[in-house]
Design a protein around this ligand. Structure first.
Ligand SMILES: [Ca+2]
Length: 375
């Protein structure tokens, strides 16, 4: 049996280098560092954003819906949430369903962020860059094309203080509509990453002129985007190449880009600043020895992708924290699927020094309290 979805993507050779010494000082996340906000039946709060006005946290789901929770959030530790099992929850699902409120249904939203007026800007992989106006209760398409061509896979966004929106368009293949109406982004993602093809873009949208501009192309799966604390440059996660790229907006290198962090220990998804101004990189899956071994051989990767993807082993997620000036790795947290139930980490949101973790599969938002560092 072959995978039904076979996109027309060229395959390229990629020779991943082993991860560096800076990752050998890893620390494993454990129960003392993690708490949970249960979401009842709702799974995969992929990215998170918080309203300055009312403290609500908004998140998109696989169904294309954007939901939210209102403070005070019900927060559970591991034992109160799961008991002694990671599979069944002790918390009443129905009550938790009632805590999760519906905002709006999009195409397939992946990234969300509040703008200066506390309206929601949405990176929707199917529809483009959208805005939800709370007062008018209206969903507006800001942009869905560049140069007359439809954007195919809008993934994430970041908003500068001057109102400019920077966003990523992952590749030239789009999410697939499933028979139940859900948009599947995972299968195309697997193809884009495995092919090592570079059709990802970084774009800007100017809300004053309504212009969409291309800043960078050739990215091997452009994903999370984030401005540095001084807003002199934008970071872009290059998921398929284990890298973070930096595009300069200001200074002598304005308009140029460079590799900011190379050889990450896995595929980066969302990237966000924490309250200390550090870059927090969500690694949705750490490296797979198997994939790294076949990456240099395009023909082998093609054959492998014709086999049902059930066989792709999912590696556990991780979190990397780096300096935004020089890309130095400051902290590295690994997760063991035996000890913690998080199957992925897709994004982070710093809420008063605690790091809320978005994910692709679980019915909770986890809250990570980084342990105090020994100096
Ligand atoms: Ca993403």
């Amino acid at each position: 049996m072959f995978l039904p979805f076979q996109p027309d993507l060229p395959f390229f050779s990629f020779e991943p280098k082993p991860i560096g010494d800076e990752y050998y000082n890893s620390r494993e996340m454990d129960d003392t560092m993690i708490e949970y906000i249960p979401l009842g039946d709702y799974q995969g709060p992929e990215s998170l954003t918080i309203s300055k006005k009312n403290g609500n946290i908004y998140f998109p789901l696989k169904s294309g819906e954007i939901k939210y929770i209102e403070p005070p959030f019900p927060i559970y530790n591991r034992v109160d949430f799961f008991g002694n099992s990671t599979h069944s929850s002790k918390v009443d699902i129905k009550t938790m369903n009632q805590n999760v409120k519906h905002l709006v249904t999009c195409g397939r939203a992946l990234g969300v962020e509040m703008d200066a007026d506390d309206n929601l800007i949405i990176a929707d992989s199917v529809k483009g860059l959208l805005k939800y106006d709370f007062e008018r209760q209206e969903l507006i398409i800001l942009t869905s094309t560049f140069n007359g061509t439809k954007l195919s896979f809008v993934n994430d966004l970041t908003i500068a203080k001057d109102g400019m929106i920077y966003f990523s368009d992952t590749s030239n293949i789009a999410p697939i509509r499933e028979s139940n109406g859900d948009w599947n982004t995972l299968t195309p993602s697997l193809f884009i990453c495995a092919s090592s093809s570079g059709f990802g873009k970084l774009l800007s949208y100017n809300p004053k002129t309504r212009e969409t501009n291309l800043l960078m192309t050739g990215i091997r799966y452009s994903n999370g985007v984030c401005l540095d604390p001084k807003e002199e440059s934008i970071f872009v996660a290059e998921t398929g190449a284990y890298r973070i790229l930096r595009y300069w907006l200001k200074g002598p290198n304005a308009g140029k880009h460079e590799v900011f962090i190379d050889n990450l220990p896995g595929n980066p998804d969302g990237i966000d600043l924490d309250s200390k101004g550090r870059l927090v990189i969500s690694i949705y899956a750490t490296r797979s020895k198997f994939l790294d071994t076949i990456h240099p051989y395009p023909w082998l990767k093609r054959i492998f992708l014709r086999i049902p993807y059930i066989k792709v082993p999912m590696s556990p997620p991780a979190l990397v924290i780096s300096d935004t000036k020089n890309g130095r790795i400051l902290e590295y947290y690994t997760i063991s699927s035996r000890s913690l139930p998080m199957k992925s980490i897709s994004s982070t949101l710093d809420n008063k020094g605690k790091i809320y973790l978005g994910n692709l599969y679980n019915n909770f938002i986890s809250i990570f309290s980084p342990p105090t560092q020994k100096k």
